[in-house]
Design a protein around this ligand. Structure first.
Ligand SMILES: NC(=O)C1=CN([C@@H]2O[C@H](COP(=O)(O)OP(=O)(O)OC[C@H]3O[C@@H](n4cnc5c(N)ncnc54)[C@H](OP(=O)(O)O)[C@@H]3O)[C@@H](O)[C@H]2O)C=CC1
Ligand SMILES: O=C1O[C@H](COP(=O)(O)O)[C@@H](O)[C@H](O)[C@H]1O
Length: 483
């Protein structure tokens, strides 16, 4: 696919645009990665002219770009690429005016950073203004539906104007450097892959813990909950990357073909499994660090049974992963911000050191995605000495901090990579329709089973690691969460 010369940004005045998209585009501009003639046409309902929107974009950059990366002159150059067209996406008449701002010959990437309820009217408006031709590609932000049925409706509306190869579904976790590094770790090294299976791996843990609460998104979050907000998309993508077979190439079809096989192999959780496989929670009063924090319902301002935490035991039912539990947990207002993949290997089959009184522990691989980005392999080593009182072994860490290993590389916002791939037409790090639908299928089954079993969120103190039942979920298998 060719590089396009225009980005059309819907929802340009919104939070995501201000915090992530404009700063990412600025980063690409500063690094010289945008074509010289590249233009960004921004749109939303608010009444700005070009100059006023550019001024608001500079303000957003000042607020959200790290101070040592913000530069007045560069920001001025960057915003000269921007123009603004006020438009209500639910009204067809504004789209022709929008089309006049766009050079069709250079190709167009459209980014919908708006509520999903606007996707269909927006696509209809784009089609009526001739903005869906073969040089046009469309990127969509999550949430892509609230269940499989609504996700299919969105996908059908998109497919009516944009074929799959021109549809770019965002999961911003795929834009994170350390998430991509998981693929490098697995498939650019010969060390791990022979061990990456049920013969050598005891279990996998994936944790996405956040310290933040609702952050001004109460309406959306209360209707979604942790299972749909985080597990349906980001966490299942992490599961797919950990569990997939080696793709033949690092290209969109090969990678996504392998991911979808994993997603389709997830074992459905039924209502009889709920007690042993799912724990949900909602935070009560507590403290994150030394900051007192009110309960979810006090933040929300009304009673709610929405889960702000979920822990699950999942299985990938295929040859490679038979019998290996994948423990997943995510929550708001937890003790620390931590996104981590933890691989627990099996113990050595026989310890030659046991007769000398030494205990061995199984190896562990800890892939920290954020806020620290590092890879740590925990292995056994002999404690130095003459062993007069018996031989002692100790767990030591082979530790690589990405920030040290790649000290000269700027840490980028995930959206920088995704926006550049959109502009250049590389869909490898975007989610294909069959993946999204397989993810929804599994989540719909979990939700139906939770309803049938009458599962209610348990209370956990803000600033903790979730309800104690989440600890029991793994402990009954003899497994401890890696905190
Ligand atoms: N913020 C975040 O961190 C994340 C957001 N998302 C998703 O991305 C999408 C955007 O999120 P966010 O920026 O936070 O939302 P906001 O509510 O902050 O922004 C919504 C944007 O849509 C515009 N808009 C609303 N109604 C219309 C309309 N009828 N026609 C044209 N434009 C309209 C608004 O501008 P105006 O009022 O001027 O029209 C604004 O620019 C949402 O679906 C959200 O769930 C996903 C992941 C993270
Ligand atoms: O998509 C979402 O992700 C964020 C967490 O993203 P991260 O990059 O900070 O890990 C989450 O806070 C939000 O609720 C969810 O919608």
């Amino acid at each position: 696919m060719k590089t396009v010369s225009t980005l059309l940004l819907f929802g340009a005045t919104g939070d995501l645009s201000h915090r992530m998209l404009l700063p990412s585009l600025y980063g690409l501009h500063v690094d010289g990665l945008l074509p010289a003639d590249f233009r960004i046409v921004a749109t939303a309902r608010s009444k700005f002219d070009d100059a006023a929107f550019r001024a608001s974009a500079v303000d957003a950059l000042k607020d959200h770009v790290p101070a040592d990366f913000f530069d007045d002159a560069k920001a001025g150059e960057f915003v000269s690429r921007l123009s603004y067209v006020p438009l209500d996406a639910t009204q067809r008449d504004g789209f022709d005016r929008l089309a006049e701002k766009i050079d069709p010959a250079g190709g167009l990437a459209i980014f919908l950073s708006t509520a999903p309820s606007l996707f269909k009217p927006t696509i209809d408006g784009l089609a009526s203004a001739g903005l869906t031709g073969e040089d046009v590609r469309l990127a969509l932000e999550k949430p892509l539906g609230t269940d499989l049925a609504s996700s299919r409706e969105i996908n059908d509306a998109v497919a009516a104007a944009f074929p799959e190869e021109r549809t770019f579904r965002i999961d911003h976790y795929l834009g994170k450097e350390t998430v991509q590094n998981l693929l490098a770790l697995r498939f650019a090294n010969s060390t791990f892959e022979p061990l990456w299976n049920s013969a050598h791996i005891d279990h996998v843990q994936i944790t996405v813990a956040e310290t933040v609460g609702l952050e001004g998104r109460a309406g959306y979050y209360d209707s979604a909950g942790a299972l749909r907000d985080m597990v349906q998309n980001h966490m299942l993508q992490l599961v797919a990357l950990v569990a997939m077979e080696p793709p033949a190439n690092f290209d969109a079809t090969s990678v996504r073909d392998e991911k979808v096989k994993v997603l389709r192999s997830l074992r459905a959780i039924g209502s009889d499994d709920i007690a042993t496989h799912v724990v949900t929670g909602q935070y009560g009063n507590g403290a994150v660090g030394d900051q007192p924090v009110g309960s979810y319902t006090s933040e929300l301002g009304k009673p709610s049974s929405t889960e702000t935490f979920v822990a699950l035991k999942a299985h990938v039912d295929n040859w490679r992963w038979s019998g290996v539990p994948f423990y997943l947990r995510t929550g708001k207002r937890m003790a620390a911000r931590k996104t981590e993949i933890f691989i627990q290997f099996k113990c050595v089959p026989h310890s030659i050191f046991a007769s000398r009184g030494a205990r061995t522990q199984a190896n562990k691989l800890v892939i920290s995605i954020q806020p620290e980005e590092n890879i740590r392999l925990l292995v056994m080593a002999k404690t130095p000495g003459l062993d007069r009182q018996g031989l002692r072994l100790r767990e030591i860490a082979l530790d690589v901090a990405m920030a040290d290993a790649f000290a000269d590389a700027r840490r980028r916002i995930a959206y920088e990579r995704l926006l550049l791939d959109l502009v250049e037409g590389d869909p490898t790090l975007f989610v294909r329709r069959d993946e999204v639908e397989a993810q929804w299928q599994w989540i719909d089954d979990v939700r139906a089973a939770c309803r049938e079993a009458g599962l209610e969120p348990r209370n956990y103190g803000a600033g903790s690691w979730g309800p104690s039942a989440a600890i029991a979920l793994t402990e009954r298998d003899g497994v401890h969460w890696h905190d």
